[in-house]
Design a protein around this ligand. Structure first.
Ligand code: PHB
Length: 249
């Protein structure tokens, strides 16, 4: 693969272009993309043109660029995320029917919780999670469950870094976090009131595949709601998903 003068490969330059898209920034002009990549403008424009021609990016009538449907199609094909989502969906719907609040499925990805699915309810409260969006491990209920069951080396690395306060109630002390993770492993769920937003409580449980935690299933409740029914519904759903995953369907 040809390297540029700055030493990055063509693949790295393509990834820099794709990485300028976020859950909040879904449409950009080619010039904005070029500026955000830091690549020479002509290089960035050429890569954008090539990706549009290949269908990995799409350009609308106003010349704004978005990620292409073909990229979505390729990303989902045979991915473990899709299999997990398919196994989880019927059980998430069950939780949804009983609890009538947002229900999410997240996996550990590059030291963050990445959300694969979110079901909402018309009357549900506030929720900042987005499908294909991320939340910090130490600050979200899903993240706490994933961190509690993560490889010890990853856990220590996360705890050695500054723990950013997302809200006034986010756990930012490594010692407190360590004890909380031990409790999560022992009790099998977490209730995290106000960790991300003062008005909500995140409740999350682990989902295992052949004994290994592969995801977190969570609901976001209004702060005043009692968490016990959500804990019960999530634990039952996690067991259902685990049976589905174990059966290899
Ligand atoms: C959580 O998982 O703790 C959580 C997620 C989204 C929110 C609030 C809490 O909006």
């Amino acid at each position: 693969m040809a390297n540029s003068r700055s030493g990055d490969s063509m693949t790295e330059r393509i990834v820099r272009v794709l990485d300028t898209f976020t859950t909040e920034r879904t449409m950009q002009t080619a010039t904005e993309i070029a500026e955000r990549t830091g690549l020479p403008s002509s290089t960035a424009h050429r890569i954008v043109g090539d990706l549009v021609a290949a269908g990995l990016l799409e350009r609308d009538e106003e010349m704004r660029i978005r990620l292409g449907m073909r990229l979505w199609e390729l990303a989902l094909r045979g991915s473990s995320a899709l299999r997990l989502r398919q196994a989880a969906l019927p059980h998430m719907e069950q939780v949804q029917t009983v609890i009538r609040e947002h229900t999410q499925l997240a996996v550990l990805e590059h030291e963050e919780a990445l959300f694969l699915e979110r079901l909402s309810h018309p009357d549900a409260g506030a929720n900042i999670t987005r499908i294909a969006g991320r939340l910090p491990l130490h600050a979200s209920s899903s993240g706490l469950v994933l961190l509690a069951h993560a490889d010890p080396a990853l856990r220590e690395r996360v705890m050695s870094l500054p723990l950013r306060a997302v809200s006034q109630e986010t756990v930012t002390d490594a010692g407190v976090l360590r004890r909380l993770l031990t409790t999560i492993r022992r009790q099998g769920f977490v209730v995290a009131p106000g960790s991300i937003e003062r008005v909500s409580t995140g409740v999350a449980v682990p989902v295992r595949n052949r004994g290994e935690v592969v995801a977190a299933l969570s609901v976001v409740l209004p702060r005043e709601s009692a968490p016990a029914p959500a804990v019960d519904a999530l634990l039952a759903a996690a067991r259902g998903i685990e049976q589905e995953l174990g059966s290899g369907r």
